[in-house]
Write a protein that binds this ligand. Structure first.
Ligand SMILES: [Zn+2]
Length: 701
């Protein structure tokens, strides 16, 4: 017995020592000192941010008509909060807007055989499709299935209201505009089995060419719509009365800004952005009131900590911007051209409040593209990892008092991991206003994806999580404060961090190249090998360029630059090692395919392209955000046609534009586009586009 006990304790001792000797697979460090992090973590309130969503994104409010002439409800709320928090430089800026649809009433009642309400704008704003026009009609319902042309043409829908499982807007087009139906009732839903109460926001429109006005469309969630469908399929004759009253209202664009001033007004700025409206009727809780609430909490946290002397005032200014997506951010950025010149980077928060497990989503960081390299990527990534790795349990820590090493959980929020992901560039939000060719302020986006209630009637505060908001606010505040306070030592730390991450990113591109070779056939080996090298080499160039941006932060440029050059050399050596390994793998692949080894020799066209270096002219940035487009529009139509330039190609070519920087050759540009996109660029298309820009006076060769 004693011997067994003794044996037991020996084993126990052994296990304890063993487990203490382990190191977690990922160390959680932050660029900022731990005591600054603790102040930020403690001060941020996920609940406070959640309350802002509750106030402005709790449900789809029927906006008062008077708001259109004065100040929108959400704008007043955020503006007043900034005043309450004493944020310096709080300002409400107005820009000319336009006209927008607003409903006054939208009721759909069954009149025979039963008397019951089927849908109402008062119940759910998404029940009435935007663009619906005023009507008061009583008519028979007719089932048209998915509402495809053949399903509609077979039935006499004229003077009737069609009921469909298809989307309100497309069925409205076919049934109302083409076939004389009075209106549409849609029971369509993007996720009927996940959430049978969810309605996607829909809109209908007329046809100007045929001089046809829009009719109306109602939507019913599938849970209720199912009853109507069954009754109609059983042959029941149902008559309804639809009453719609809608108006077009004039509105102006309303932006709010504030700024936490730095001690040195010339040291550069960091700007946060979030969009305050999804639409004026369509109102999103997570998209993007959550971003608005989060950057408000970033502002409050930093301002409080600085005012109370708990953290020092930074050298650089931290600015905040709330406005309608693109339409409000664009004019503000355009109107602040001088400010943009000294703005170092942008952090855009769009859909950041999501309860991650409910939404089955990851909190993503969308990096800048190769056209806009910047250290902001690696600074924000540092805090994603800090929060992410610090908030998951690992078996190595199971006997610790806190199995989660750096627990960040809001008192009423989710107690779950921070599922995060560092991703390549994606646009489609306000950071693109900053990333624009005419602005060139590198911008990243923080976004939770997917969102199971995205662009639906269910996008409200009940899908938001205080813990998630707290974590996002910490990442935002710490990232901005790191950049705002960075001295030469921090610049060196950031450069080292980029170097470390670069090794991982290069390895990924190397593996991507290996896969390219693995998938090649004898006749495609040369192309595959070229691509494999392109992935690796363009990634290395991107890292080198990213490292160079760190110099923005340096005071003793020479000393910091010496360090940066050393890291660049390390990156370069690693890329060379990988290139050698790729060559080896290419040769092994050739042998496996019974073919000769291939080379990366340039074709005649590639050789020519490698000697052409387009350089942007002053006109590109002269008129700020999107200002260069007016020069594009002046290019004669015949020229555009000859060069195969469509409006799509000059709006969709943002990365191509950014890569024109006076350093990249046309071949470099093609390679960088190929490395970042699934679609391979045609060299001639790039040449055409550059010629188009040359004629527009935006580029010199
Ligand atoms: Zn959005």
């Amino acid at each position: 017995m004693t011997r067994r006990l003794l044996l037991h304790s020996v084993v126990f001792l052994f296990i304890t020592v063993e487990s203490q000797a382990q190191v977690t697979p990922w160390l959680q460090w932050s660029l900022l000192p731990e005591k600054v992090m603790d102040e930020i973590i403690g001060e941020t309130s996920g609940e406070n941010a959640w309350h802002s969503i509750m106030e402005t994104g709790g449900y789809d409010k029927d906006r008062l008509a008077s708001e259109y002439d004065s100040t929108f409800y959400e704008v007043s709320y955020f503006f007043n909060k900034l005043k309450e928090y004493n944020l310096p430089g709080t300002e409400l800026v107005r820009f000319p807007g336009g006209q927008t649809w607003d409903a006054v009433k939208g009721d759909l009642w069954e009149v025979t055989p039963m008397r019951q309400k089927i849908a109402s704008y008062r119940d759910m704003a998404a029940m009435l499709a935007s663009g619906s026009t005023s009507a008061d009609v009583t008519a028979e319902l007719v089932w048209v299935g998915l509402g495809r042309p053949d399903e509609i043409q077979g039935k006499n829908v004229k003077g009737k209201i069609v009921v469909t499982e298809g989307s309100a807007s497309s069925v409205h087009q076919i049934a109302c505009l083409d076939s004389g139906a009075l209106g549409v009732v849609s029971i369509n839903s993007p996720r009927p089995y996940f959430d049978p109460l969810q309605l996607a926001w829909a809109s209908v429109r007329g046809d100007q060419k045929r001089n046809l006005q829009a009719k109306f469309a109602f939507q019913i969630p599938p849970r209720e719509g199912e009853f109507l469908k069954k009754r109609l399929l059983a042959g029941e004759k149902i008559t309804v009365r639809a009453q719609v009253s809608a108006e077009m209202r004039k509105y102006e664009l309303q932006d709010i800004t504030c700024a936490i001033p730095g001690t040195d007004p010339n040291a550069g700025e960091i700007i946060f952005s979030a969009h305050i409206h999804e639409g004026y009727v369509k109102q999103g809780g997570n998209d993007d009131i959550s971003g608005c609430a989060a950057i408000l909490e970033v502002a409050r946290t930093l301002n409080t900590l600085i005012n109370e002397g708990r953290i020092p005032q930074p050298k650089r200014t931290i600015r905040f911007l709330w406005g309608p997506e693109f339409s409000g951010t664009g004019p503000w950025v355009k109107a602040n051209k001088q400010l943009m010149k000294k703005t170092l980077c942008n952090i855009n928060m769009d859909m950041v409040g999501e309860w991650l497990s409910k939404n089955k989503s990851f909190m993503c960081l969308m990096r800048t593209s190769y056209g806009n390299p910047h250290y902001v990527n690696d600074v924000v990534e540092n805090y994603y990892r800090y929060v992410g790795e610090g908030n998951r349990e690992r078996i190595q820590n199971r006997s610790n008092f806190y199995p989660v090493p750096k627990r960040i959980v809001a008192p009423t929020g989710a107690d779950e991991p921070f599922y995060y992901s560092i991703e390549t560039h994606y646009g489609a939000s306000d950071h693109e206003v900053f990333n624009d060719w005419g602005v060139r302020v590198p911008g990243v986006m923080m976004i939770a994806w997917p969102d199971q209630w995205y662009h639906t009637s269910g996008d409200h505060v009940d899908k938001s999580d205080p813990t998630q908001l707290k974590r996002v606010v910490i990442i935002g505040a710490a990232s901005a404060y790191t950049i705002a306070t960075a001295d030469d030592n921090m610049a060196i730390r950031i450069a080292a961090e980029i170097g470390g991450n670069a090794a991982r990113r290069l390895s990924h591109q190397f593996e991507r190249g290996i896969q390219e070779l693995n998938g090649a056939a004898a006749e495609t080996l040369a192309v595959a090998y070229k691509l494999a090298r392109v992935y690796l080499e363009t990634a290395a160039v991107n890292e080198t360029n990213t490292l160079e941006t760190v110099l923005q932060l340096a005071v003793d440029k020479k000393q910091v630059n010496t360090y940066i050059e050393n890291v660049q050399r390390t990156v370069d050596n690693l890329a060379r090692t990988h290139a050698t390994a790729l060559e080896m793998h290419m040769k092994a692949t050739a042998k496996r395919l019974n073919t000769a080894a291939v080379s990366t020799d340039l074709t005649v066209a590639e050789k020519k392209a490698s000697k052409m270096t387009p350089k942007p002219t002053d006109k590109v940035m002269a008129n700020g955000y999107g200002g260069y487009r007016e020069y594009m529009e002046k290019v004669p139509v015949e020229t555009r046609e000859r060069l195969k330039i469509t409006p799509r190609s000059y709006f969709g070519a943002s990365e191509l534009q950014l890569l024109i920087n006076g350093k990249n050759t046309i071949l470099d540009i093609k390679n960088m586009l190929d490395a970042q996109n699934e679609r391979r660029m045609d060299l001639q298309d790039i040449l055409n586009y550059v010629e188009f820009l040359k004629i527009a006076g935006l580029v010199e060769l």
